[in-house]
Ligand binder design. Structure first.
Ligand SMILES: NC(=O)c1ccc[n+]([C@@H]2O[C@H](COP(=O)([O-])OP(=O)(O)OC[C@H]3O[C@@H](n4cnc5c(N)ncnc54)[C@H](OP(=O)(O)O)[C@@H]3O)[C@@H](O)[C@H]2O)c1
Length: 343
C-alpha cells in the first residue's frame, strides 16, 4: 500500500486525537499507524479510517521504519522518544515546548516561515509553536505588507483545552459542582476556572511574566526572524472549552490604512477576515471550534498612535487545530508530500 508510516505519541490526548482526525480529513497518505499513550490507555482501541487500532505504551523497537512521528505527549515524553525516533530515521514534528527555542531546531508555521524547514525529512526535527503564538505570527506576517511592525501588544483569552484533557475535565466538574451549589475544586489551576478569569496561564518567571507570555514573545521573534521585535503579552485563561482569542495592538514604522490591512489579512492563507456588524459578526471561540482558519475581526485604527501608525485587531482560532494538530500535520505534508495536502 502506498503512503507513510506514522506514529503518534500521545494519541489519546486532546491534540493527538485531533492529529488523527485531521490526517483522515485531509487524506494524508497513511500506510501504517502506531499509536502510543500512557499505561492508563494501553489496550484502548481508536478508530482511524474505519479500522480499530490498539494504543500501546511506547518502546524503542516500535519506532523502527517510521516516516513521521507526531509528538503530542508533553515535554518529558518528547525528551525521551524524540532521539529514538530520529535515530530510527523518522521526521519528528513536535508539539511540546521543549525544543522550540533551541537554535538548531526549526520552529515553523508553514504559511509564515516554510523556508525554515529542513531540506530532508530523514531524522529531522521540526517544532510546532505554542497555540497562542501561531495566530499572532500569521497576522503579523500578513500585516508586514503594510510596513515594518515596530511594536506589538497582545492580550490573550485562552481556552481551558489549551492545558490538556485533565484541565478540561476539571473545568466540567467545576461547572457541574457550581450548578448544584457545591464548591468548585481546583487542582490543575491555582483557582477554579469555572465562572472565573485567571490572568496567569502558567508559572511566573523572575520578570513578573508567565511562561506562556514569554513563550509567545520568544517564539514570535524566532518565527518572524525579528529578534528586535518589541512585543509584550498578557496571557489570560478564560472559562471557554475550545478556541483562543487574542486582542492585538500593532504599531508600524509608517501610517497605515484599515482598508489596506483588511486586504492584506484577507489575502493571507489561513486567515479569514470577518466584517464588523451589521455586515458580519465579531468572531467568537464558538465560531471557530472545528475550523481551520484563524478568524480576524474588529480591525480598526489605534487612536493612541498620533499619526495613524497603529492598528488594533481581534483573532480567534481553534487552539487544538491550527494552534496544535493542524499546524503539525501541515508541516508533515510539506516535508513528506512536498506540498499542503488539501482536504
Ligand atoms: N492543548 C492545546 O491546545 C495544545 C496546543 C499546543 C501545544 N500543545 C502541546 O501538545 C502536547 C499534548 O497536549 P494535550 O493538550 O493533547 O494534552 P493531554 O490531553 O493531556 O494529552 C496528553 C497525551 O500524552 C499521553 N501521555 C502522558 N503521559 C504519557 C506517558 N508516560 N507515556 C506515553 N504517553 C503519555 C497521554 O496518554 P493518556 O491518555 O494515556 O494519559 C495523552 O495521550 C503538550 O506538549 C502540549 O503542551 C497543546
Amino acid at each position: 500500500m502506498p503512503g507513510y508510516r506514522v506514529g503518534i505519541l500521545g494519541a489519546t490526548g486532546l491534540v493527538g486525537e485531533r492529529v488523527l482526525s485531521i490526517l483522515e480529513e485531509r487524506r494524508f497518505p497513511v500506510r501504517e499507524l502506531r499509536l502510543w499513550g500512557s499505561e492508563r490507555s494501553a489496550g484502548r482501541r481508536v478508530t482511524f479510517a474505519g479500522e480499530a487500532l490498539a494504543v500501546t505504551v511506547p518502546e524503542a523497537a516500535a519506532f523502527a521504519d517510521l516516516d513521521v512521528v507526531f509528538g503530542a505527549a508533553g515535554n518529558d515524553q518528547s525528551a525521551a522518544w524524540t532521539p529514538v525516533a530520529r535515530a530510527a530515521g523518522a521526521l519528528v514534528v513536535d508539539k511540546a515546548s521543549l525544543f522550540r527555542m533551541q537554535p538548531d531546531v526549526p520552529l515553523v508555521v508553514p504559511e509564515v516561515n516554510p523556508e525554515a524547514l529542513p531540506p530532508s525529512p530523514r531524522g529531522a526535527l521540526v517544532a510546532s509553536p505554542n497555540c497562542s503564538t501561531i495566530p499572532v505570527v500569521m497576522a503579523l506576517r500578513a500585516l508586514s505588507r503594510l510596513g515594518t511592525v515596530e511594536r506589538v501588544q497582545v492580550a490573550t483569552y485562552q481556552a481551558v483545552s489549551g492545558s490538556g484533557r485533565d484541565a478540561l475535565e476539571e473545568f466540567e466538574a467545576q461547572e457541574t459542582a457550581l450548578a448544584r451549589g457545591a464548591p468548585a475544586e481546583a487542582r490543575v489551576y491555582p483557582s477554579p476556572i469555572a465562572r472565573n478569569v485567571l490572568a496567569h496561564c502558567d508559572a511566573f518567571g523572575p520578570d513578573g511574566f508567565t511562561r506562556e507570555e514569554t513563550k509567545l514573545v520568544q517564539e514570535s521573534r524566532k518565527i518572524l526572524a525579528r529578534p528586535d521585535l518589541r512585543l509584550a503579552a498578557t496571557a489570560v485563561r478564560v472559562p471557554v472549552r475550545v478556541g483562543h482569542s487574542e486582542a492585538l495592538a500593532v504599531e508600524f514604522d509608517r501610517p497605515v490604512e484599515v482598508e489596506a490591512a483588511l486586504d492584506a489579512l484577507a489575502a493571507f492563507p489561513g486567515l479569514a477576515v470577518v466584517p464588523d456588524p451589521p455586515a458580519g459578526a465579531v468572531p467568537t471561540p464558538r465560531d471557530v471550534e472545528g475550523r481551520d482558519d484563524v478568524l480576524v475581526g474588529r480591525v480598526r485604527r489605534d487612536p493612541s498612535t498620533p499619526d495613524g501608525r497603529g492598528l488594533m485587531l481581534w483573532l480567534v482560532s481553534d487552539n487544538l487545530r491550527k494552534g496544535a494538530a493542524l499546524n503539525a500535520v501541515q508541516i508533515a505534508e510539506r516535508m513528506l508530500v512536498g506540498t499542503t495536502v488539501a482536504p
